[in-house]
Design a binder for this molecule. Structure first.
Ligand SMILES: *Cc1c(COP(=O)(O)O)cnc(C)c1O
Length: 356
């Protein structure tokens, strides 16, 4: 149990009203959670303080060698006024898996959850209530030793910041166009692809820029060795419905194990839809598109929840999935997951956690 020190923000900012369109990740609340780590001392000095700049030595290791872990989850306001988190235990478990891979000390799970609940409770008034909106929670750890040598840091800072975010698709679900990247790769087995860390994102940016220039919103990555098998999208896992079966690339060590991915697999199985986690080659996909058995494609991730895919491009081939609209199962998954997150749909799996 953490003994969290509170320092109230005496100059609070105006909370955005319902008229504010709230784009992603630009507005931050009045407080943040901080906790330090030092070898020999462990995690200490948990505190909630006014949101402000932090001061670091220019030689702080995170700036040079990227020793950093982050997470992303959301808090929702239910109609009855309860504040709900969606499967925070899964994010916490994954954070510590990332920490182990990145040589960052683990954070005790119950302390992590207590910290999330405490900061969300502090700035609860910032949770927007319009349909599709939520409070995005960004926990992260950075290496802070002032040292230019290469080794794991002896000191760290754990921070949680909060950002009210709008509906990912203000006009409702909107199919995206996806570029299958055949040149750059994001991650390889044995690397850091299955950890949630900034390094994976910087590795993806050149391809993202290229795809944007061609009018595609996201990149779909192929495996780093053969460039033959589908891995995942920039910040989303990917699903295909082929001939009535839901197919998604298996977790092979270079794919990020998404919480939304896991939720979608469980829901589909619950509904009696066959689900296969296996290797999916780009050739299989092109063939399925050609013979009409590729029925739906969607991405899964905390930000957009379910993101229907209308177009895929691979080299010079452009595939339109069915009529380029939203698939029936994609829509049902979106409605069910967001319904559970908002406390409107029966939570048969016990995924919602109340912040009290
Ligand atoms: C966070 C993330 C996802 C989605 O994970 P969720 O837990 O569903 O939000 C997928 N891929 C990458 C690379 C990610 O960083």
């Amino acid at each position: 149990m953490l003994n969290i020190r509170y320092e109230k923000n005496t100059a609070p900012k105006p909370i955005p009203g319902p008229e504010n369109p709230l784009t992603f990740g630009t507005i931050f609340t009045d407080h943040m959670f901080l906790m330090n780590y030092e070898t020999g001392k462990g995690w200490h000095d948990p505190r909630i303080v006014p949101y402000a700049d932090i001061s670091l030595d220019p030689s702080a290791m995170v700036f040079h060698y990227g020793q950093e872990m982050f997470e992303g989850l959301k808090a929702y306001k239910a109609e009855d006024g309860r504040t709900l988190l969606f499967r925070p235990d899964k994010n916490i478990e994954r954070a510590n898996r990332s920490n182990r891979r990145l040589c960052i000390p683990e954070i005790p799970e119950e302390d992590f959850l207590q910290a999330i609940k405490a900061i969300v409770k502090t700035d609860e008034a910032w949770i927007p209530t319009k349909p599709g909106t939520s409070l995005y929670i960004r926990p992260f750890v950075i290496a802070t030793d002032p040292f230019l040598g290469v080794r794991p840091s002896d000191t760290y800072l754990f921070i949680i910041i909060l950002s009210p975010v709008g509906a990912y698709y203000p006009e409702g679900l909107n199919p995206v166009k996806i570029w299958i990247e055949d040149d750059y790769v994001r991650a390889v087995r044995g690397g850091i692809g299955e950890a949630k860390t900034g390094g994976n994102y910087v590795a993806s940016m050149a391809a993202q820029v290229k795809a944007h220039e061609d009018g595609y919103s996201q990149v779909l990555w192929l495996d780093g060795v053969e460039r033959k098998y589908i891995e995942e999208v920039g910040a989303m896992n990917i699903f295909f419905k082929i001939n009535g079966t839901v197919v998604t690339p298996m977790l092979n060590g270079s794919i990020l194990p998404g919480v939304t991915r896991d939720s979608v697999i469980q829901l589909c199985k619950h509904w009696g839809i066959p689900v296969e986690e296996r290797k999916v080659s780009v050739d299989e996909l092109l063939a399925a598109a050609k013979d009409g058995s590729l029925e739906e494609v969607w991405g899964t991730g905390t930000a957009a929840v379910i993101s229907p895919v209308g177009h895929l491009r691979f080299e010079n081939t452009v595939i339109q999935i069915k009529d380029g609209g939203i698939g029936e199962l994609s829509q049902k998954l979106y409605d069910t997951v967001t319904g559970i997150q908002l406390g409107k749909t029966e939570d048969a799996f016990g995924w919602s956690v109340i912040v009290e």
